[in-house]
Design a protein around this ligand. Structure first.
Ligand code: OXD
Ligand code: MN
Length: 610
């Protein structure tokens, strides 16, 4: 019999039934409801530190911050072990795995049975979005990992008030996380969209086990959104304020590692700051989008914190993200300076140890580390794991939007898509209609470069940056986008744009400066939204006239160079259109692809073949 450490904090029968069933299956020694109180978090932090699971960082320079090291075999999301378990295979996402739900439940129950023996089971009630908000949803995650409890506290709204808001309702996502032995061969990250259920086993890495994030807010929520008439997207949300104008909000989708967090926290160039431009972050990874009473689409960031990649984050690349990590943050798999107890990662530009002294760091695996260390094969050893992370409260971010704090959904004026495309795709172009925009989002992707093994220049398609996150069939998802457009009056539809910050010259150098200078491209979008400038009508959509992108204060970048990255090269686009048709053919099994999109692929090929 498990000892209940504190009293159940709800009378909701469905919640209590779910908890009882999990106690029976997992057989914990103790049960603790996470009620959101400081005492419980303090108690759990102390316990994790005493066990060596967490390391406290410098209380002066990083107050309230902790370091955690995962097992070396458990450092990233695992698409190959991620499943959508819908009753019918044709209802699954198609871009990763499907399994029959009953078969998967049996397998998982077998792996998890009794695995909490000797441990405490934590019950985490959490809200994605502000508690009780108009677009918010509720989940319960059961885990034996204090790391998960403390991270969920940052990434979602957690506590008894969530259960109070749930009342007697059965509308909550049932989540179970069983760390087991962290055996990668038995690792499963499973979503059962028809049952509102998530089960993660044999992992303790954030993206797999902080279930509010990818598992719920994208995979389960995208399915809920399709059924309930809203959208869950892998999109940042930012607000741009110009003098004497209302703040304009935009959502942007990019595949992982294409700079979503950087764009969300962009600092405008000086010439724009001088004019009074300000950028506010509403979210850096996920948007939930619903039609509002006035017919426009409104978005919230369902998360409450950032789960950002640490290496490369520095004052120059993303000052606001760096500042967000300075208090009450949890670092995973970064290095530390054992003298100062401060975190360190590659390109942090601070406190790099001195090889000669010899100073050293403790690397992400807990071993001594000096710059220039190589392994037995002569390969450089990194101090921080390349996918090391910070979990930081959004409220720490210097440019967090006031509307994030009060939880008000924001009206969206633009959707932006983009990927890494060294060639072909211009710096920016605008879709001519909503459905053209759906087409553009459906074909986005990143080109492989010489940095990775395999063929160079092959486009890995990642529709709407959702490839690893579809909770249902990708073709049905495209149809849902089309229908959301139909339900939105044309004059209220967000404009849809595609950007490409990553065009390279013949030596492989990026042509566009990127980072804060991306403001110049966003500014062109604002002018288009306000109908202030014309654009060139091309085969792929509206492309800016170079004179309409404000290059003031941008040294060493001429309008001629800008023109080069605005060109639409029909030969390159012919190849692109053929690639799109091939890609669509792979998705069209069973004839599910919307005809509108198939026709658009044909039309593109025809236009650029002339
Ligand atoms: C993330 C991802 O961690 O997309 O946000 O991988
Ligand atoms: Mn993401």
């Amino acid at each position: 019999m498990a000892i209940t450490e504190n009293k159940a904090i709800t009378t909701n029968k469905k919640v209590l039934e779910f908890v009882e069933k999990q106690i029976e299956l997992l057989k914990p020694s103790k049960v603790l409801w996470i009620d959101g109180s400081e005492e419980i978090y303090t108690q759990l932090t102390n316990e994790a530190v005493a066990k060596g699971d967490m390391i406290r960082l410098n209380e002066k320079t990083y107050p309230g911050c902790l370091l955690h090291r995962t097992k070396p075999n458990d450092v990233a999301r695992v698409e190959a072990r991620t499943f959508i378990c819908s009753k019918k295979e044709e209802d699954a996402g198609r871009m990763y795995n499907w399994c029959d739900p009953q078969e998967m439940y049996a397998k998982l129950n077998n792996i998890m049975a009794g695995s909490f023996a000797g441990e405490t089971m934590y019950i985490i009630p959490y809200s994605m979005g502000p508690v009780g908000g108009p677009i918010s949803k509720i989940g319960i995650e059961i885990t034996s990992s204090i790391y998960v409890v403390l991270n969920m506290r940052i990434m979602a709204r957690v506590g008894k008030n969530v259960l109070d808001a749930l009342g007697d309702s059965n509308d909550f996502v049932r989540g179970t996380h069983a760390k087991c032995s962290v055996n990668p061969d038995d690792r499963y990250i499973c979503q059962f969209p028809e049952d509102n259920t998530i089960i993660s086993v044999n992992s303790n890495y954030g993206g797999n086990v902080l279930q509010g994030k990818k598992c719920f807010a994208l995979r389960i929520a995208s399915y809920q959104g399709k059924n309930e008439g809203w959208m869950a997207e892998h999109m940042l949300i930012l607000g741009i304020k110009r003098p004497n104008k209302e703040t304009v909000y935009m959502c942007a989708a990019f595949p992982s590692a294409c700079g979503k967090t950087n764009l969300a926290m962009l600092i405008p160039p000086k010439s724009f700051q001088d004019k009074g431009y300000e950028v506010f972050t509403v979210g850096d990874d996920i948007s939930w989008i619903k039609p509002g009473p006035d017919g426009r689409l409104y978005a919230i960031n369902p998360e409450n914190g950032f789960f950002g990649v640490a290496p490369g984050t520095n004052k120059k690349s993303n000052y606001n993200a760096l500042m967000s990590t300075k208090k009450n943050a949890i670092f995973t798999n970064v290095a530390i300076n054992p003298d100062t107890m401060e975190p360190w990662w590659e390109a942090m530009e601070k406190d790099a140890p001195d090889k000669k002294k010899p100073d050293f760091l403790v690397d992400w695996t807990g071993k001594q580390w000096w710059p220039g260390m190589v392994d037995a094969d002569g390969k450089e050893i990194k101090a921080a794991h390349p996918n090391s992370r910070f979990t930081a409260p959004a409220e720490n971010c210097p440019c967090i939007s006031p509307v994030f704090k009060d939880g008000t959904p924001v009206p969206i004026s633009a959707f932006i898509f983009g990927g890494r495309r060294p060639t072909t795709v211009p710096l920016v172009y605008q879709a001519k209609s909503w459905n053209d925009g759906v087409f553009i989002g459906s074909i986005m992707g990143s080109e492989t470069t010489a940095a990775a093994t395999g063929a160079v220049g092959v486009v890995r398609r990642d529709p709407m940056a959702m490839r690893p996150f579809f909770g249902y069939h990708v073709a049905d998802y495209f149809q849902h986008w089309i229908e959301m457009g139909e339900k939105t009056p044309v004059d209220k539809q967000p404009k849809i744009f595609n950007v490409n910050w990553f065009r390279t010259d013949k030596d492989g150098n990026f042509i566009w400066p990127g980072f804060g200078d991306n403001m110049r491209v966003l500014d062109w979008m604002l002018k288009r939204i306000d109908g202030e400038v014309d654009a060139q009508d091309t085969a792929i959509g509206y492309v800016p006239y170079s004179k309409d992108i404000d290059l003031t204060g941008l040294d060493n970048f001429s309008e001629e160079t800008l023109k080069e990255i605005l060109v639409v090269d029909n030969d390159a686009w012919k190849k692109e259109a053929e690639g799109v048709k091939e890609f669509y053919a792979t998705l069209n099994v069973g004839g599910k692809m919307p005809k509108i999109l198939l026709d658009k692929a044909d039309a593109l090929l025809e236009k650029v073949s002339k």
